[in-house]
Ligand binder design. Structure first.
Ligand code: FAD
Length: 330
């Protein structure tokens, strides 16, 4: 592994703006890089990367590698993979961290295949073991256990990590580091997909779960879709958004984009309020890194209370209206 150095973070962008997951991974990548005595490097592919590069630097990148070209204006797996593979062959990073978004999953898996190396998908925890290898942690067996995966024989080590698992650093706009601009072209005929149009999801889904600072999530205890209006009211008073357990989503009470958990979103808000949610391990895996967890449940033995910082035992239909009124007074 000795030729392979530095931890790369793929900075996903949308219209030139760095997405949160890359900035979260820069912070965690920096921690790992310090243990390995390496650098954390932001890799940005796009058409105009200047703004995203400055943001990546402010959020902790020790170096930026930027590749610009009209063919990279919109994400396309063929072009982005071509760039990643050529960069890896030139610079030999030890590790590549990629957000487990649709685009991140696409480019990471193709890059790993081309390089004939491994990929640990959908991680929720990272560490460095005594041999200097990344220990990738991810849910396994339906979320019933957390598996730690080592890839001793492959290089570089590549993994996708769920958005919201790690926190961003405090930005420091005064930082300046080297920005390496590489010229890598992808012939148009190599790019097999094109973005023709972008259509917004129907309905007002409000603030994105991954970006919300306060999430009020509801589960089976809400009983019917109309009762989610109560949670929406509490979320509005707190400046947050509504989330849900899988039961509530499967019942059609809430859109799937609102699902928190193993097969939904991973979130890490400042405040997570779990209402009428029992605390199944598949739900916990998506929200346990929240700063403060408040649980409201009529069953004092509900497992959600094991990880809650504050617990209210009682009927949610009595408790939520009181909370709304009290928070309104603040
Ligand atoms: P329940 O477990 O039925 O809990 C309802 C709770 O509401 C109970 O604790 C009850 O005491 C309380 N309650 C009822 N009435 C009231 C009231 N009036 N006031 C206060 N409390 C009340 N689940 C997810 O959430 N996200 C996932 O991503 C996910 N992925 C999964 C993936 C796999 C492979 C599998 C097998 C399962 C997955 N699940 C997921 C499902 C998970 O196992 C649970 O079934 C689900 O989380 C339970 O949802 P719940 O807490 O809303 O319902």
């Amino acid at each position: 592994m000795s030729d392979y150095k530095n931890i790369w973070v793929f900075i996903e962008t949308a219209k030139g703006e760095a997405k949160n997951v890359g900035l979260e991974l820069l912070n965690e990548g920096k921690r790992l890089a310090q243990v390995k005595q390496e650098k954390v490097v932001a890799v940005i592919i796009g058409n105009n990367n200047e703004a995203a590069a400055q943001v990546a630097i402010a959020y902790g990148a020790d170096q930026v590698i930027s590749i610009e070209g009209e063919e990279y204006l919109d994400f396309n797996a063929d072009g982005y993979t071509n760039v990643m593979v050529q960069l890896v062959e030139k610079y030999l990073p030890s590790t590549i961290l990629v957000g487990a978004t649709n685009n991140g999953r696409d480019v990471a898996s193709r890059t790993a295949t081309r390089l004939r190396t491994g990929l640990t998908a959908d991680c929720t925890g990272l560490d460095i073991n005594e041999d200097g290898l990344v220990a990738w942690t991810r849910p396994a067996f339906g979320g019933n256990l957390m598996a730690t995966i080592l890839c001793p024989a492959t290089k570089p080590q590549i993994g996708t990590i769920r958005p919201g698992v790690f926190k961003k650093a405090e930005p420091d706009a005064s930082r300046t580091v080297e920005i390496i601009k590489e010229e890598i072209k992808t012939p148009v005929e190599m790019i097999r997909t094109k973005i023709v149009d972008t259509i917004k999801a129907v309905g007002d889904l409000g603030v994105k779960l991954e970006e919300a600072e306060v999430i009020v999530s509801g589960g089976r205890g809400l009983e019917k879709p109309e009762n989610f209006a109560l949670l929406q009211e509490l979320a509005d008073v707190l400046g947050g958004t509504v989330g849900a357990s899988r039961v509530a989503v499967d019942a059609g009470w809430v859109p799937v984009q609102k699902q928190v958990g193993q097969t939904g979103k991973t979130v890490g808000p400042k405040i997570y309020i779990a209402v009428g949610i029992s605390g199944a391990v598949q739900h916990l895996v998506g929200m346990s890194s929240s700063d403060t967890i408040i649980a409201i449940n009529m069953d004092p033995d509900a497992p959600i209370f094991d990880i809650a910082d504050y617990g209210l035992v009682g009927d949610l239909f009595e408790i939520i209206p009181v909370l709304i009124e009290e928070f309104k007074k603040l």
